[in-house]
Design a protein around this ligand. Structure first.
Ligand code: NIG
Ligand code: FE
Length: 412
């Protein structure tokens, strides 16, 4: 039995006996225990309290005034990919349009053609390396999508890579089937046949190998319509896959309505919203997952976080880590950017990136708060004066150590 005690914690952040999904004004409340200890037994949070009454342990780590918070829960990534796309980034800087870049073979299809030529082994090693980088920066759970396969074989290859990551990584991994990311060239003029491949060939094969937890569709003009989105999500439901969809990134695409109508766990992106979609989302059970680094990288308007929170919505924050629109899985940047650009309060951003992120991938019983019985996936900060300092000092690495299942994360 391992028994580790962290002592002299300046602030133990997000301490909750009964964690619930946070919506609206509840996002502002970030419960903190000052001058605290936390006990970790066999990789889980066993107890916590204040330093006036402190238990014994076989191993004691004196934090000397540093603070502790639950690891980030990154509920939206595309971290399995074959190659970076900085050449497209430079083309964009030079003024090339999206259509011109696509004509040069860029975009999602660029990632798909590179993925088709890359082995499962190489994809696995590359993704594992990236995830360890994000773990050292505080990520303690991650959702990963397919969607750079876009053929029967390559989608299964991607999902098998995600399954291997699930089996080998020390943090929880959730797998999302995003066959409906775009139409592959072969089906450019025949959307029905591609939807047929997704529903009638891929879904049964994915079910057979139990390769996915969720289903996703890129509901967007020029990609999948709201009707197609609903059809694909309903088909996923037959196999027990709940929906988490890409909605309202570039246009008022109908994605929010489609997501709510299939009872999606989350609708993600939400750069393009109006009063109607904000109030629809706020009065639904669906989480709005905001991806500010994607808006930043694409120079899009940031998501209307304030209006969503003030309307009563449940908001999560995620990185969207992918080679095209957010080549970073640094959740510290996501949290800072949410405060700086979307005027989220530090408490709201931390709640959205921890507990609500855990809810957005069904991991709320395991992660996202300092709660007895949850995994000891914890960020130990360098000494910081206050919670607000976390998003404020945006360029600094404020992390001293990251514990995953009570053990320090070391680079591989
Ligand atoms: O979430 N919007 C759709 N998909 C990704 C980007 C895909 C890419 O460019 O590779 C996103 O931003
Ligand atoms: Fe995405």
């Amino acid at each position: 039995m391992s028994n580790l005690l962290l002592t002299n914690i300046h602030q133990l952040i997000n301490v909750r006996k009964h964690p619930v999904l946070l919506r609206g004004q509840a996002l502002k409340e970030l419960p903190v225990l000052n001058n605290a200890w936390v006990q970790i037994i066999n990789g889980r949070i066993a107890d916590y309290g204040t330093m006036d009454i402190c238990p014994d342990a076989t191993e004691v780590y004196d934090l000397k005034g540093a603070s502790v918070l639950p690891c980030w829960c990154d509920s939206h990534t595309h971290v399995v990919f074959a190659a970076s796309r900085e050449d497209e980034f430079v083309d964009k800087l030079k003024g090339l349009s999206y259509a011109e870049i696509a004509a040069k073979g860029g975009g999602i299809l660029n990632s798909a053609s590179k993925l088709a030529l890359t082995t499962e082994e190489v994809l696995y090693e590359q993704a594992k390396k990236r995830i360890f980088e994000w773990m050292a920066l505080g990520t303690g759970a991650i959702e990963i999508k397919s969607g750079y396969g876009l053929s029967f074989d390559a989608e299964l290859k991607m999902l098998r890579v995600i399954r291997r990551l699930k089996e080998s990584l020390p943090i929880p991994v959730k797998a999302t089937f995003l066959g409906a990311h775009t139409y592959p060239a072969l089906f450019k003029e025949d959307h029905e046949s591609y939807i047929d491949l997704i529903i009638n060939d891929l879904l049964p094969a994915i079910d057979q190998e139990q390769l996915a937890d969720y289903i996703d569709v890129f509901c967007e003009e020029g990609f999948f319509t709201p009707e197609e989105t609903v059809r694909i999500c309903e088909a996923g439901k037959q196999y027990g896959l709940k929906a988490k969809i890409h909605a309202n990134q570039l246009h008022l695409s109908g994605g929010v309505q489609a997501g709510i109508s299939v009872n999606a766990v989350s609708v993600d992106h939400l750069e393009t919203m109006n009063e109607e979609t904000i109030s629809l989302l706020a009065s639904s059970d669906t989480i709005g997952t905001l991806l500010p680094t994607a808006a930043y990288f694409l120079r899009m308007p940031f998501q209307p976080a304030r209006a969503l929170i003030d309307a009563g919505a449940a908001i999560a924050l995620a990185s969207d880590c992918n080679p095209g629109s957010s080549p970073s899985g640094n959740m510290n940047t996501v949290v800072s950017m949410s405060c700086i650009q979307m005027k989220m309060l530090p408490e709201e951003a931390i709640n959205a990136a921890t507990l609500n992120g855990a809810f957005a991938m069904g991991l709320e019983k395991e992660l996202g708060s300092i709660t007895v019985g949850k995994r000891a996936n914890l960020i130990i900060t360098r000494p910081i004066p206050s919670i607000a300092y976390i998003p404020y000092a945006f360029g600094s690495n404020l992390i001293d150590k990251v514990l995953v299942n009570g053990r320090e994360v070391t680079s591989e």
